[in-house]
Design a protein around this ligand. Structure first.
Ligand code: SF4
Length: 49
């Protein structure tokens, strides 16, 4: 997977501000058509235990 920088350090897959998941899924954030990055979200997010 390409390197993905992610500042969501509360995520279980986050390691040193990078995503360590084997794949991620990104979806629309509420709307059916995204107009900006604010309209997208990472569905692979998992809170740290
Ligand atoms: S799974 Fe999503 S939220 Fe979690 S580190 Fe990767 S990109 Fe960030």
């Amino acid at each position: 997977m390409p390197q993905i920088k992610c500042t969501v350090t509360e995520c279980q897959y986050n390691s040193d501000i990078m995503c360590d998941a084997p794949m991620i899924q990104v979806n629309h954030n509420g709307s059916e058509a995204s107009a900006s990055s604010d309209d997208t979200k990472c569905d692979t997010f998992k809170p740290k235990r």
